[in-house]
Design a protein around this ligand. Structure first.
Ligand code: GAP
Length: 483
């Protein structure tokens, strides 16, 4: 299937099977904002639990926090977001469309000079230089020299390049912003957390929460949204150990992604940032091969003492650690290594690598979502073969007996073949079917989603099998070996 067809298929599958809906759809929708449906929210919660436990349960020196979305406006002055959290913009006066100049140039070069690496390199290096020097005039000159046209109306009637701050300001509350990253809630609680937990350097603070960015170029479904969720962890260290921890977290985070088993190792890349965010002194991206190519899924940054130092200055409160080793004492602002993962991007990576159309032996096709078992929204379905002769009652009893332990469904709304297809489409790893033999032998048919193999097992084994195969424990145990 062509990539664009696959992506349309994925968006439609996500809607039909209750994973993702366009926000406010009955009013025509809202650009770049999405809602998670009944299966989407289960999958999302499972991803969060996996990340949260990997961070806070497997690392004894990482604790959590859940800070507010609205914060004092000085937080954003200190963090540099009011002055520096900008994107570049250029408009075409004819099409009235808005573009990011650096993307216009990159796409143009990719399209026209992919067979001329020297020329391509020369233009890209000039682009990087202009961005580095913040020379917007040269960037505009480059667009003019290359005669780049608007991809829609094909004219070169461009405006000047200008800045655009990406934070959402709350109307009528001039000084309030919706947070564009969760990290600042961690920095501003630094002293509270040290005092309440007695954590010692090195230690980390993890947080999962919503962030908001006024993305004018939002596109690609849930890849780039205006409201999204981040799973961030700030790791506070001795300044002289910056490189050691930066390398450590790059390695650990990549391994964590690989443990998800979303496909081949080649589907991941670890790349150095070309353009660092205003707070970072070093940065790497973990990129994933999405249906539209390699793109960032997680950022690992060294923020050094940028944030705590600025918060000290603006708040006039000491944000330091005090340590004494035998005779010597030390009072310092720790450095920070940050890991920042986009929950929605990970969701998209999981969905896109799991969704398959498979040809069956009987020449029919099936759509199956081969999600990692521990992330599946529903772990098992309990189904009666037919809706009569006491089979639904037995199936319902099994369901009621074990549903407090697992996320299950009971379904008798269609024929067994259709029930299996539905469970395949939402990624349920196992179906347990009650049939006439169950009445005699207390056994059921267990069907595996991926192999479609069926075998008979005793009713008493069902709960144990679900726990063993779909529980988080197995994956966490594997992860714990390399932490
Ligand atoms: N605290 C650091 C920080 O926010 P970032 O690279 O701007 O760094 C981190 O964002 C991650 O958040 C990205 O790797 C991406 O997964 C996710 N993210 C950023 N902007 C997003 C958006 N508009 N929609 C969805 N996810 C986004």
């Amino acid at each position: 299937m062509k990539c664009s067809h696959f992506f349309d298929f994925l968006i439609s599958h996500a809607k039909i099977y209750g994973f993702i809906f366009p926000s406010s759809e009955i009013y025509g929708g809202l650009n770049a904002v999405y809602d998670y449906g009944p299966h989407g929210v289960e999958l999302k919660n499972n991803i969060k639990e996996f990340w949260w436990k990997s961070m806070t349960q497997l690392h004894e020196n990482i604790v959590g926090v859940d800070s507010s979305i609205l914060m004092h406006s000085d937080v954003w002055r200190a963090s540099g977001h009011i002055d520096e959290f900008n994107e570049l913009l250029i408009d075409n006066k004819d099409s009235k469309k808005r573009y990011r100049p650096e993307i216009l140039i990159q796409e143009y070069v990719e399209k026209n000079f992919s067979n001329d690496p020297k020329k391509k390199e020369k233009i890209l290096s000039r682009l990087h230089q202009s961005l580095k020097k913040k020379d917007w005039i040269d960037l505009k000159t480059l667009i003019d020299e290359l005669s780049i046209c608007d991809p829609i109306c094909k004219t070169k009637n461009w405006t000047k390049i200008r800045h655009f701050n990406m934070m959402f300001r709350i109307k009528n509350k001039k000084d309030l912003f919706l947070r564009p990253e969760t990290a600042q809630g961690i920095f501003s609680n630094f002293q509270n957390i040290i005092k309440s937990t007695r954590m010692k350097i090195p230690f980390g603070i993890a947080q999962i929460g919503k962030s908001f960015r006024n993305e004018i170029f939002a596109r690609k479904f849930i890849f780039r949204m205006r409201e999204f969720e981040q799973m961030e962890m700030q790791f506070f260290i001795l300044p002289e150990e910056e490189i050691k921890w930066y390398e450590y977290w790059k390695k650990i985070r990549l391994k964590w992604h690989l443990e998800l088993n979303l496909g081949y190792r080649e589907h991941y890349k670890l790349c150095n940032h070309n353009h660092l965010a205003h707070y970072a002194s070093a940065g790497s991206d973990i990129e994933f091969h999405f249906p539209f190519g390699f793109q960032e899924i997680e950022g690992i940054h060294s923020r050094r003492d940028f944030d705590l130092k600025n918060h000290e200055f603006f708040s006039k409160k000491k944000l330091r650690v005090f340590e004494s080793f035998f005779e010597s004492e030390r009072n310092y602002i720790p450095y920070v290594i940050e890991t920042s993962l986009g929950l929605d991007r990970l969701f998209l990576a999981i969905l896109s690598s799991s969704l398959k159309k498979e040809k069956l032996k009987n020449d029919k096709t099936r759509v199956v979502l081969k999600l990692p078992y521990h992330l599946s929204p529903i772990k098992a379905a309990i189904l009666p073969l037919v809706k009569k002769d006491g089979l639904p009652e037995i199936a319902k009893k099994i369901f009621n007996d074990i549903r407090i332990h697992h996320r299950l469904v009971y379904d008798q709304k269609a024929t067994i073949g259709k029930l299996y297809r539905r469970q395949d489409a939402i990624g349920t790893p196992f179906c347990f079917t009650v049939d006439y033999d169950t009445i005699e032998t207390d056994t059921v048919t267990m069907r595996n989603r991926d192999s479609m193999e069926q075998k008979r097992i005793h009713i008493k084994e069902i709960s144990q099998i679900i726990e063993k195969e779909t529980g988080l424990k197995k994956v966490l145990k594997k992860l714990s070996y390399f932490i």
